[in-house]
Write a protein of this length. Structure first.
Length: 99
């Protein structure tokens, strides 16, 4: 799941996003990405534990233009719907789950 060259990164899900390729000189993107990667890996393990296939729904590490870590969810609509149903069940009837 977390290593380079693994098959799940190359499937049909578009994970690049609109900001892919925008780099600002002097910004440390690697530090932000590392933190986001740890969190994305943890979320992906939770998704696997809940029965999701990473080829259908997964968390992806990224950074914003300032180098801050970002975790994005990428998935097919039916998998996202399944995740929404699961999250609504966990939040006691879908009350919005105030954080």
């Amino acid at each position: 799941m977390a290593g380079s060259g693994e098959d799940w990164m190359g499937d049909a899900l578009d994970i690049a996003g609109a900001d892919c390729g925008l780099w600002v000189p002097g910004v440390d993107y690697v530090a932000g990405w590392r933190g986001a990667r740890e969190t994305a890996d943890r979320l992906n393990r939770a998704l696997l534990g809940a029965g999701f296939e990473l080829s259908q729904m997964r968390a992806v590490a990224s950074t914003d233009e300032r180098g801050l870590g970002v975790v994005r969810m990428a998935g097919w609509p039916d998998a996202a719907e399944r995740l929404a149903v699961l999250l609504e069940a966990v939040t006691s009837g879908g009350d919005g789950g105030a954080a």
